[in-house]
Design a protein around this ligand. Structure first.
Ligand SMILES: [Zn+2]
Length: 258
């Protein structure tokens, strides 16, 4: 039998490799490019990247964040996406073990990484990502019954409708689109994977985090780009907090209340 430490290291490495693929998604999906072809190339000098320059995490460190050919600086996002993906993979494995439930949660988290980074960089929530993860979740649930159907569809509906109302009211009150339809669709997808209580709670945590972030921006006298606050990163952090520390937060809450 393999010792757990080796399994965690393995989960980390597999996660970093997936992170490398998520980087490709983040870069190419908003541009409408294929995820498979062409092979990875430097965005500046367009030299094809050799496999030994494409090792997750390590290559970035060894090349000191620069292209091996033209020396152009490579966005640190590549490193952070790989690290986030690797760490979340380890966390998911430690919580669910090697199971279909792990796979179910992991595809949601991977989709959230792509959505959060694309929303941050391009200010859009790509439909393609939401649709893909929803179909993957459906197939996984059809095959392995990870999550009760009633909860999944109730979650999709309730979370989506609540957010639609919030978006419509927000647009009325602030006289401009405060939350896009992308956020509404994202909320519905979260409902499908988490059930409506968990989904709405994670969205609520996301709102609180966004508010704190916005206030701290005011303090250092900075304006968000185009006055747009990407919500997907905050919602995603909310989901991560709830999936992994929801239980402890719940216990803490009741300790404080009683
Ligand atoms: Zn280059």
């Amino acid at each position: 039998m393999m010792t757990p430490v080796i399994m965690y290291a393995y989960a980390f490495m597999v996660g970093a490799v997936f992170g490398s693929f998520l980087n490709v998604c983040i870069y190419r999906i908003p541009k409408g490019q294929s995820l498979i072809r062409p092979a990875s190339q430097c965005p500046y000098c367009h030299t094809k990247i050799k496999f030994y320059h494409n090792i997750p995490l390590l290559s970035y460190l060894f090349l000191k964040g620069k292209c091996a050919y033209c020396g152009h600086k490579i966005a640190s996002r590549y490193f952070w996406v790989e690290l986030c993906t690797a760490l979340l993979t380890v966390l998911t494995y430690s919580k669910f073990g090697l199971s279909w439930q792990m796979a179910f949660n992991l595809i949601l988290l991977y989709a959230l990484i792509v959505t959060a980074f694309v929303d941050y960089a391009e200010q859009i929530i790509p439909n393609k990502v939401l649709l893909t993860v929803l179909i993957a979740g459906l197939l996984l649930n059809v095959s392995f019954r990870v999550f009760p159907w009633k909860e999944a569809f109730l979650g999709l509906l309730v979370s989506g409708v609540v957010f639609l109302v919030v978006a419509l009211v927000g647009t009325r009150v602030f006289k401009k689109e405060s939350m896009g339809m992308g956020d509404v669709k994202l909320a519905a997808v979260l409902g499908f994977f988490l059930g409506w209580q968990m989904a709405l709670l994670s969205l609520y945590i996301g709102f609180v985090l966004a508010l704190l972030f916005f206030i701290s921006l005011k303090f250092i006298d900075k304006q968000p780009k185009n006055n747009y606050i990407p919500m997907a990163p905050f919602f995603s952090i909310g989901v991560v907090i709830l999936i992994f520390w929801g239980q402890s937060l719940n216990t803490l809450y009741w300790k404080l209340v009683l």
